[in-house]
Design a protein around this ligand. Structure first.
Ligand SMILES: Cc1cc2nc3c(=O)[nH]c(=O)nc-3n(C[C@H](O)[C@H](O)[C@H](O)COP(=O)(O)OP(=O)(O)OC[C@H]3O[C@@H](n4cnc5c(N)ncnc54)[C@H](O)[C@@H]3O)c2cc1C
Length: 277
């Protein structure tokens, strides 16, 4: 997320307000062999590090920049309960078994995230008030109606709000309606990423940053990674570099389409009662 200099030297609001700090492990402690090597310190790599370390694996995570440098430290902070698509479209694309498994997994995701935040005591401003998906016209409302009907069929506790109720909740009369998902919520994403790192370290994982993995190859019976002139051998390797992937591993080269995106933050708005007084 890019913002003005008022939000701190990194131009990212989340940097200015993050309550968790990460102390990376010293480069001297880099092991020569691990059970699981993780490349990338975002939600994917950090969650995997935490879970694997809790299960007793010897884990090393290497992040090229700083924890949360990628999408995990720049996103909107919505903890969503699914893709913003009608379930039947997901099933049409993925097939019944995989589609239903994805719908169930994503539906359960907010509970899992909020439980983890509570368990690990991560101070990431977790708020679970649900989210509103807003329809700006009649076609948008039809889309929400389809998602509401199909979502309910698949057990999602979605509520369709009319224009009046939407206006009461948003303060704007310009919406045709909204879909309320009570399972969802929000977090401060950079703090969440840093909290995951802290929890993974407490569970025994080692976290190294900044540390760029320059190469990763499968040699015989194990993965061998090269970073800062050192080699690490790993039984398993997880590439969790997302669109921020740096350096061309011979075995992995992602492709992506750039999409422009903006988000804005204001100083906290007054409560409606204060506004009207
Ligand atoms: C603008 C925006 C808004 C979004 N809003 C939401 C939202 O509200 N809710 C939601 O659920 N999702 C949202 N997302 C998606 C979400 O942010 C991502 O899906 C998620 O952060 C991906 O996490 P990740 O761990 O897979 O990757 P990332 O967080 O991108 O982490 C990848 C990491 O890999 C590191 N890396 C790359 N190459 C190497 C290397 N060679 N060696 C070592 N490390 C390396 C990078 O430095 C980076 O830190 C949003 C995304 C964007 C861009």
């Amino acid at each position: 997320m890019q913002a003005s200099g008022a939000f701190g030297s990194k131009g990212n609001l989340w940097h200015s307000t993050a309550r968790e700090q990460v102390t990376a492990d010293s480069a001297d402690a880099l092991p020569s062999a691990v059970d699981l090597l993780i490349i990338g310190g975002g939600f994917t790599g950090l969650s995997a590090a935490l879970e694997a370390a809790r299960m007793g694996a010897k884990v090393a995570l290497l992040e090229a920049q700083e924890i949360g440098h990628g999408g995990s430290g720049r996103n909107v902070g919505l903890v969503n309960a699914g893709l913003w698509l009608p379930p039947q479209e997901i099933i049409k694309t993925l097939g019944l078994k995989t589609g239903e498994a994805l719908i169930d997994t994503l539906g359960a995701a907010p509970a899992r995230v909020f439980d983890l935040i509570a368990r690990e005591n991560i101070a990431c401003e977790a708020t679970r008030n649900g989210t509103l998906h807003l329809a700006h016209n009649a076609a948008g409302l039809n889309d929400l109606k389809t998602r509401h009907r199909q979502g309910n069929q698949y057990g999602a506790p979605l509520q369709l709000l009319d224009a009046e109720e939407t206006a009461a909740r948003t303060g704007s009369p310009n919406f045709a309606g909204a879909l309320f998902d009570p399972r969802a919520g929000t977090i401060q994403p950079l703090t969440y990423a840093r909290g995951l790192a802290r929890a993974a370290q407490a569970a025994g994982a080692q976290i190294f940053a900044p540390f760029i993995v320059e190469d990763l190859t499968y040699q015989g019976r194990a993965w061998v990674a090269r970073a800062a002139g050192r080699e690490i051998t790993a039984q398993s390797a997880l590439i969790a570099t997302n669109a921020y992937h740096m350096t061309g591993f011979s075995s992995y080269r992602p492709s992506f389409i750039p999409v422009c995106y903006s988000q804005f933050a204001t100083t906290p708005l007054p409560h409606p009662c204060e506004r009207n007084s």
